[in-house]
Design a protein around this ligand. Structure first.
Ligand code: AHR
Length: 653
């Protein structure tokens, strides 16, 4: 957020048209609804190249040669190598998780045989930055040395090193070596030359910059994780989304395949690789270098509670809608039980020990588990009951998140009614809707049953053109419509305990879905107006919602305004969030019940733009950003809400 300092003295006044301004009555003595720490969270799914080529900082595509086309991402460096020199060996029976590797069998000493890896649309390489190349090798006949180079966009080498594999045991070895770039490029490529004569097996080739998040080897992109940390999210829901379900059950997300040594993680095609009209991404796979341990670790790093979602024995109901028979559901349920043990179990338990061995003996403090993603129908209920029974009898404290499908739709009523009868813990609702829908529904939760299950708004986003359209844009209007809706979430914090915008990330060159909270390319992160709305709500959460009324009613669209108020008992502040969804400036007065201060001091944060279609772009990332101003004035000072804006006032009480 941009911060500038100014002191405004707003003087109580009568409007120029002679009418007293609309008053919002803040009641500091009124009913306080606790706001859950988890109210504003995030939802990560590996869609839009979110993981490989995104959060996972590895610059190499298909370094394990496990894609269906094992040489996808690779091409000869200088003409085709003689037949038989470079082959892919598939040892399926011996190593089902990582069957393929590259074998180099060179009969002649002659040089000039090599491979280029194109990265994810090129590699961003920075002058002076060090890069760690790592690989696994095995040599039966020693004699081949490797020259590793990074080429810039014109083919000029900007980094170079050599590797002489010296182990001859016939066992796989790991080797890492650093290269430092002497120039910068946004379209770099990795080149490996094979010199000498011999026979060498290669696998698991990766190239990571040294400036990953927390400088971890094989780590995450620091700028992307930072953008998440800046949201101060209460939780991270992961790993999806439809990706949990898979197009069919074979492609479902299996967390056990995603932990441990990288070469033991079982690569799988990404669900978003195919089936999205006009946006095919044939090179979209899941290497699982970003696996469940990394997700939990990232949650820890950014102070968010982990919220894993597990397959419930059903694949995506928009695709094959496969279900596993009830008599084969045990494996799926066991995965859920083992996941809880992995996250929370003592180091003496089987899965707790695995977590400790991976470097995290302390439990991850998992409180919630999502059973299924967007699943619905009696088949879901049947499976949910089996999961619930097993999980609750072993882990009664675990809160289960249950699905209503892709609400609102005809199935929603059945799901909602049935889940309420079952007295489930938390109901997950998803809303991808138009600006108008969000503006019209800010009072949606005002009449929900206060004694029923808690509500998790697991996925929502405002779609500017049409739901699911590839022309949707992250406009200011969409962000404000979401903000208007979010005032309703805060006002109903007694039942709405969690929410997350969706999807989180999208690569500008490789997306399947729009809009998204954060766009990125290989070197930049772009925060949308919706991102700033999330940040303004989350960074100004407060501990309790308190009443703020206009003529005795919550402000849910009167004169296009949407308002909510909270207090923060720790910092002793009042926080008022106001959305003006109209083209006119609005003047309001605040009346206080229970306030003693003669003078108020604090900050005003305003998010606005020049027009409702304003967006942030890579070229102009700051078109719509929040501006923070210091403020002091009398309690009854008039406040002004700019056209199309979100304003957050924060006063010391
Ligand atoms: O967020 C994109 C997709 O929308 C998710 O994968 C799915 O849960 C929903 O349909």
């Amino acid at each position: 957020m941009k911060r500038y300092t100014a002191f405004l003295l707003l003087v109580a006044a009568i409007r120029s048209n002679g009418q007293a301004p609309v008053a919002y009555n803040v009641d500091l003595t009124g009913n306080r609804k606790p706001i859950a720490e988890s109210l504003w969270g995030i939802f990560f799914e590996d869609i839009n190249r979110g993981a490989d080529g995104g959060l996972n900082a590895d610059l190499v595509k298909n370094g394990s040669f496990e894609f269906n086309d094992p040489m996808m991402g690779w091409k000869p460096a200088a003409g085709k190598a003689p037949d038989g020199t470079l082959v892919i060996v598939n040892r399926q029976a011996e190593n089902a998780n990582n069957p393929k590797y590259l074998q180099i069998a060179k009969q002649q000493v002659a040089n000039g045989i090599g491979l280029i890896n194109e990265g994810f649309g090129g590699m961003v390489i920075k002058k002076g930055q060090s890069y760690s190349l790592s690989m696994m090798y095995r040599q039966s006949t020693p004699g081949i040395t490797l020259t590793v180079q990074i080429f810039n966009q014109t083919g000029k080498p900007i980094a170079k090193t050599t590797i002489s594999p010296n182990a001859v045991s016939g066992e796989w070895q790991e080797q890492s070596i650093n290269l430092t770039a002497d120039d910068t490029t946004s379209k770099g490529r990795l080149v490996i030359w094979f010199d000498g004569q011999g026979k060498l097996d290669l696998d698991m080739i990766s190239l990571y910059p040294s400036d990953t998040w927390k400088k971890r080897s094989h780590g995450l992109r620091a700028d992307m994780v930072q953008s998440l940390a800046d949201l101060k999210p209460g939780f991270v829901r992961f790993p999806g989304g439809c990706i949990v379900e898979g197009t069919d059950l074979n492609e479902r997300y299996q967390w056990k395949h995603t932990i441990g040594p990288l070469n033991e993680r079982k690569l799988i095609i990404n669900k978003w690789n195919h089936g999205v009209e006009k946006r095919p991404t044939p090179d979209y796979y899941q290497s699982y270098a970003l696996g469940f341990f990394e997700y939990f670790q990232m949650c820890d790093d950014i102070g968010a509670s982990p919220m894993p979602i597990i397959n419930c024995g059903m694949s995506c109901q928009f695709n094959t809608a496969e279900v596993v028979p009830m008599n084969q559901l045990d494996t799926y349920i066991q995965d859920a039980l083992d996941l809880i043990e992995f996250a929370n179990g003592d180091v003496n338990t089987t899965w707790g020990k695995k977590r400790a061995d991976l470097g995290h003996p302390a439990p991850f403090g998992m409180k919630w588990l999502g059973v299924g993603n967007e699943n619905w129908g009696p088949q879901y209920i049947e499976r949910l009951l089996a999961f619930s029974k097993a999980i609750k009898s072993k882990y009664p404290e675990m809160q289960l998140i249950t699905s209503t499908g892709y609400s609102p739709n005809p199935q929603f009523r059945y799901m909602d009614t049935t889940l309420r009868k079952l007295q489930v813990d938390i109901i997950d609702e998803h809303y991808y809707q138009t600006p108008n829908w969000f503006l019209m529904n800010s009072a949606k939760y005002d009449n929900y049953d206060r004694k029923g299950p808690k509500i998790f708004l697991g996925e929502y986003a405002c779609h500017s053109v049409r739901i699911g359209s590839q022309d949707n844009k992250n406009t200011l209007l969409c962000a404000l419509a979401e903000a208007a809706f979010m005032t309703g979430l805060e006002r109903n914090a007694d039942i709405v305990t969690m929410s997350a915008y969706a999807p989180l990330f999208a690569h500008t060159d490789a997306w399947q879905w729009t809009p998204n909270l954060i766009w990125f390319n290989n070197s930049q992160v772009l925060k949308t107006p919706s991102y700033y709305v999330q940040q303004m709500f989350s960074n100004n959460r407060g501990t309790h919602a308190i009443p703020i009324l206009e003529e005795g009613k919550p402000v849910t669209g009167q004169d296009s305004c949407f308002v909510t108020a909270a207090i923060d008992t720790a910092s002793k502040e009042v926080i008022i969030k106001l959305v003006n969804a109209s083209a006119d400036k609005k003047t309001r007065s605040l009346n206080w019940k229970g306030a003693k201060a003669k003078k108020l001091e604090g900050t005003i944060t305003v998010l606005k733009g020049l027009g409702i279609n304003d967006q942030n772009t890579m070229e102009k990332p700051d078109s719509v950003i929040p501006m923070v101003t210091k403020w002091q004035g009398k309690p009854n000072a008039l406040i002004e809400l700019p056209p199309y804006s979100l304003t957050v006032f924060r006063y010391k009480m």
